[in-house]
Design a protein around this ligand. Sequence first.
Ligand code: AMP
Length: 169
Amino acid sequence: VQEQFGVVHISTGQLLRNAAAQDTPLGRAVKPYTDTGRLAPDELVIAVMEDRITQPDCAEGFILDGFPRTVAQAEALTEMLDNKGVTAPRVIELAVSDEEAVRRINSRGQTSGRADDNEVVARERLDIYHQETEPILAYYRGRQHVHVINGEGTIEEVSEIFVQLFETP
Ligand code: AMP
């Protein structure tokens, strides 16, 4: 989608892991979270995102991956998008069962090199997802249509659905 439509893909997890790899105040602040799978504090993540989406490369549009992850982040995002004059953001839920998520995280653990890609941390991440992140679906459903994509298909199948969504005005 990034290549086909010229929109930037922004993964908060990747941004935070890059920050954590550096010995800076931000890096030291986020590393304990990215290493263990707990959510980094809202104020911090919101500040990082606000800075990122106001960069010039985001002018033509952007895909946020892994943000928002709490209702407070969703509220902050609504305000940020209003300020940027973004009128019709789309919300996509990529639905995957807990068991399939754990299976996938486990199988990519050897190659991802991520400290949080193992079964124990994966289950904790899922608990946090259900407690902190799932409520944002209700937040959005009260405001706009949420597109639900079955995330259990192959990469090709899921990509194809994303592309179709982007092609639909
Ligand atoms: P991800 O690559 O999306 O799985 O994110 C990896 C880790 O980065 C998470 O387990 C959190 O520690 C942190 N993280 C990523 N996105 C967020 C967010 N929106 N809010 C808080 N922490 C986040």
